[in-house]
Design a protein around this ligand. Structure first.
Ligand SMILES: [Zn+2]
Length: 91
């Protein structure tokens, strides 16, 4: 039996690799706005984080997410994004 291998991505929170489908994608869109991408298919540069509060907080808190997206996040933007991710992760 041949199983199709799902591509893996690294969680920017804990740095562990996981199947893409099990991670939450965050994207910096063409407009420069950073947002959660539940579809996983929005255009722009993406970063991935486990659907876990611990990973989400590490990703935001250590600035790892902003680095992965090659952008800067103001404190306010980071807080807004953190809340968005937490909402998504809790579902
Ligand atoms: Zn993680």
């Amino acid at each position: 039996m041949v199983r199709r291998r799902e591509p893996e991505r690294t969680c920017v929170g804990c740095r562990e690799r996981a199947p893409k489908g099990s991670l939450l994608r965050v994207v910096r869109g063409p407009d420069g706005r950073v947002r959660v991408d539940p579809s996983g298919a929005a255009p722009g540069r993406g970063a991935y984080v486990h659907r876990a509060l611990g990973c989400a907080r590490q990703a935001i808190g250590r600035g790892a997410l902003a680095r992965a997206l090659r952008t800067g996040l103001s404190q306010e933007e980071a807080a807004t994004l953190g809340a968005e991710i937490e909402r998504e992760v809790r579902q």
